[in-house]
Design a protein around this ligand. Structure first.
Ligand code: UDP
Ligand code: MG
Length: 331
């Protein structure tokens, strides 16, 4: 450590640890103790930045209490549940450290392994992933994750090393670049992987079952997250409508033209009703899907622009320097 004063170290700590929190009351005290112990031992200055993503239990009261006894604890409270991605977005904007570490609040990954990640980052990486050695999640969840990550890699061509570990370290320059991305619906694992362009480091990390409570990801939330990933990084589904429509219209149009030609050449005595109707239906359906594909390309873009919702709304900030109410909307 250098000879900086406490307030200097607080306003510019070396490490910012970001912790998204959604109804994690039973885990917070233990998490704080382990983070503090590990980071005090590591000897670099740090801040613990908790983002309460609209918890309905007493998580925020615990954070308020931790903040009152330790100014290294900062907390942001969202006005409602905006989702883990938005909590990370807020954390990245509010963080002040040269190194930013992301860790979940449920102690599935070990605070004691933060120094390992940071040391690896100091070898010159923008991003270092904690790769879970033996993932301790329910079997169905692991199978689903495995299938999805392979499928998504095929669709988006973005390879995310252990996307759901939620345990990684980033350097300040990388965080500043990520903060320039103004898209409202964010999928950070994708953004990180996309921006780091394959130049990432990794360290093996231990994974444990959630310490208390249940996963905050329901199936609809997981589907939402997956759609976020796909829609943010590829227009392939829209192109799918485009191509399907194009192929159907060509088949229908071709069949209709062939029937017409056979009739005109006198090979068919009359237009066969069922075949002609079938060809026309396929042609029309194809054209409709094709034009929906075109409209969809524009509509998707217009929709995102027109909504202009703030991606998150902060209700309150617990911070040694800035305190009180803020109406900061993350634009
Ligand atoms: N989380 C959040 N907002 C949400 C869902 C989750 O801030 O809407 C936090 C949660 O408190 C935890 C982290 O994100 O710190 C990962 O959530 P969880 O452990 O439930 O996910 P899983 O391990 O089941 O993938
Ligand atoms: Mg978890």
């Amino acid at each position: 450590m250098n000879g900086n004063s406490d307030s200097e170290l607080l306003s510019h700590p070396y490490i910012s640890v970001l912790i998204p929190v959604f109804n994690e009351e039973p885990n917070l005290e233990e998490l704080y103790k382990r983070l503090k112990q590990a980071l005090d031992l590591y000897g670099k200055s740090y801040e613990l930045l908790f983002i309460d993503d609209g918890s309905t239990d007493n998580s925020y009261e615990v954070l308020r209490w931790l903040h009152s006894s330790d100014s290294k604890v900062r907390a942001i409270k969202f006005a409602r549940n905006f989702g883990q991605q938005m909590a990370i977005a807020a954390g990245l904007k509010y963080s002040r450290g040269d190194v930013v570490v992301l860790i979940d609040a449920d102690l599935q990954t070990m605070p004691e392994e933060i120094p390992k990640l940071v040391d690896k980052l100091l070898e010159g990486y923008d991003i270092v992933y904690g790769i879970r050695q033996r993932r301790k999640d329910p079997l169905l969840r692991r199978i689903g994750s495995w299938c999805m990550s392979h499928l998504l890699y095929r669709i988006t061509n973005i390879e995310i090393p252990d996307s759901a570990s939620g345990f990684l370290a980033l350097n300040r320059t990388f965080v500043d670049s990520i903060n320039l991305f103004n898209e409202k619906s964010k999928y950070f694992s994708g953004l990180f992987a996309w921006l780091s362009y394959g130049r990432w480091g990794s360290v093996p990390v231990t994974h444990a079952p959630r310490r208390a409570g249940v996963s905050k990801y329901s199936i609809p939330k997981l589907i939402g997250l997956t759609l976020n990933f796909v829609c943010n990084f590829t227009t392939l589904p829209l192109r799918f409508a485009f191509y399907t429509g194009g192929v159907l219209a060509t088949i229908g149009g071709g069949a209709f033209a062939a029937i017409l030609a056979l009739r005109l050449l006198g090979i068919l005595g009359r237009l066969p009703a069922v075949e002609t109707l079938g060809a026309l239906i396929i042609l029309c359906t194809g054209l409709q899907i094709f034009f929906i594909g075109i409209v969809g390309e524009y509509l998707g873009r217009v929709y995102v622009e027109v909504k202009e919702r703030p991606p998150y709304v902060v209700k309150e900030v617990l911070d040694a320097q800035v305190s009180g109410s803020h109406d900061y909307a993350g634009n």
